[in-house]
Design a protein around this ligand. Structure first.
Ligand SMILES: CC(C)(COP(=O)(O)OP(=O)(O)OC[C@H]1O[C@@H](n2cnc3c(N)ncnc32)[C@H](O)[C@@H]1OP(=O)(O)O)[C@@H](O)C(=O)NCCC(=O)NCCS
Ligand SMILES: [Zn+2]
Length: 238
């Protein structure tokens, strides 16, 4: 796992992007979105190249949306979970970015999902909770002291989204279909109301600092051996 900061964006990283990534980069109106994007995608290419022992330009990514693949919906615009291809075929990755945090998870083929969320006051957090939390989660969440509800909600959200990113469903999988332990308990899946829910799942919280909540999920029964790194030296070197 690699943590990076959007402030580490520089033109050398943009040069690492492929044509499709550059086109997406150009569509962001806000500089902050462009920085998160360039740092995340350059980092993904650099780390995969390092792991595959190849040049960054030999690493490609194909995009897979499980929702569209299951429905066999003809979509012309590639979207969804990036999967390493070319010289890095066989690796699995997941990307997340929020506020000042960019995170990348890379495995040797284990399907993985990572999510980081900035804890932000939402205008209608109760409304958001009521359609993203299961009945059991909602009851527990509503019982939290008022000051703990916002961070608690983002703890739930990060865990659930990490799971849906591991499967490749993304948010179209429905955050409410998967139930996890409450914010004070160790991260674990307690229910998954989907016909094709994975049998083996490992979930863990990640420390992204006080104002963030983050989680990592992998479709394996046991814990992964996690190495957590700072991306700065790798990003600055090019
Ligand atoms: C993609 C999605 C999971 C991102 O969540 P988010 O909290 O906004 O953003 P994050 O920073 O955590 O994650 C973004 C990354 O998730 C990855 N991602 C996109 N779709 C994914 C999927 N189905 N599964 C796993 N990862 C996915 C991408 O690498 C993306 O990075 P990028 O935007 O820089 O390319 C979520 O917005 C989603 O599922 N959207 C799809 C809903 C939709 O529009 N569906 C219509 C087409 S089916
Ligand atoms: Zn889709």
């Amino acid at each position: 796992m690699w943590w990076a900061d959007p402030a580490q964006a520089h033109p050398g990283l943009f040069d690492l992007l492929d044509e499709r990534e550059r086109a997406r980069h150009a569509r962001f109106r806000l500089a902050a979105d462009r920085d998160r994007f360039v740092v995340a995608h350059a980092l993904a290419r650099l780390v995969c190249a390092q792991r595959a022992d190849c040049a960054p330009e030999q690493v490609r990514f194909t995009l897979h949306c499980r929702n569209c693949e299951l429905r066999r919906e003809p979509r012309t615009d590639p979207h969804g979970k990036p999967r390493p291809a070319g010289a890095a075929l066989g690796l699995e990755i997941s990307i997340s970015h929020s506020g000042d945090r960019v995170v990348l998870a890379v495995t040797d083929g284990v399907e993985v999902g990572v999510d980081v969320e900035a804890v932000a006051e939402e205008r209608d957090i109760d409304g958001l909770a009521s359609y993203t939390l299961t009945a059991e989660e909602l009851a527990l969440w509503r019982g939290l002291p008022a000051a703990r509800r916002t961070p608690g909600f983002f703890r739930y959200w990060a865990r659930k989204e990490a799971l849906l990113k591991a499967t490749g469903d993304g948010l179209s999988g429905g955050l409410g279909t998967v139930g996890v332990t409450g914010p004070d308990a160790g991260a674990r899946v307690v229910s998954w109301d989907a016909p094709d829910a994975p049998a083996d799942v490992w979930l863990t919280d990640l420390d992204a600092g006080a104002d963030y909540r983050a989680a990592l999920a992998a479709l394996v029964p046991g814990p992964l051996d996690l190495t957590i790194r700072e991306a700065a030296p790798l990003l600055c070197a090019c």
